[in-house]
Write a new protein. Structure first.
Length: 208
């Protein structure tokens, strides 16, 4: 009788251990699948702390070159605001549509230039549209064909007033950015970006 009880106790303990192990493994897989671990985060190689902008190592050369220009522009005592608007519009468009360096559908590009209040909805919408079918690339073995942006230029930049609820900006910007890709996979060649002022920063409130 005692032997049976001991056996049952051992079986119960074994079952509990198996369940705990299974949950642990499942949790690890989910974390690796949907979130960037520290090992998968690209290294930050430059930053503009006053504006909260960072440059990651996996960005394409054209993006890195624009970031260097942005550093120079924002260091000036009197910032050339139109050039500032041009640069971050190009960078946001490049980072958003250069999908080849993205780890998953949740690794949405250009977010650091999006208005803080709009960022969450921006990521959610992107992950269910443009980014929806991106395959996981945690271990850098993906062979999916994804767009690589090779060139960008500002086609047009104008000022247009912005007014919504208690926010008003008479000097908001509208920028049209043209993109070229390594291979035409059907992604947009023209991106319309709208920016408004938030203190000393320009933030994107619309990109389409």
């Amino acid at each position: 009788m005692r032997k049976r009880k001991k056996l049952k106790k051992k079986v119960v303990i074994l079952i509990i251990l198996i369940i705990v192990l299974a949950l642990a493994v499942s949790g690890f897989i989910v974390y690796k699948t949907y979130f960037k671990s520290d090992d998968n985060k690209s290294k930050i190689i430059d930053e503009i702390p006053e504006y909260g902008y960072t440059l990651e190592a996996d960005q394409p050369k054209i993006y890195k070159d624009l970031f260097k220009k942005l550093v120079s522009v924002l260091k000036e005592e009197n910032v050339n605001e139109e050039e500032y608007a041009r640069l971050i519009s190009q960078m946001a468009a490049i980072d958003f549509y250069n999908l080849d360096n993205k780890v998953s559908k949740n690794d949405v590009g250009g977010v650091q230039f999006i208005r803080a209040k709009n960022a969450q909805n921006f990521v959610l919408e992107a992950s269910e549209t443009v980014y929806k079918y991106i395959e996981q690339d945690i271990y850098k073995k993906r062979d999916q064909k994804l767009p690589v942006v090779t060139k960008s230029e500002v086609k047009e930049i104008t000022k247009e007033p912005y007014s919504y609820k208690n926010i008003k900006d008479d000097d908001a910007y509208k920028v049209i950015v043209n993109l070229e890709y390594k291979k035409d996979l059907g992604y947009p060649n023209e991106v319309e970006i709208k920016l408004l002022h938030t203190d000393k920063k320009l933030e994107i409130y619309s990109m389409k």
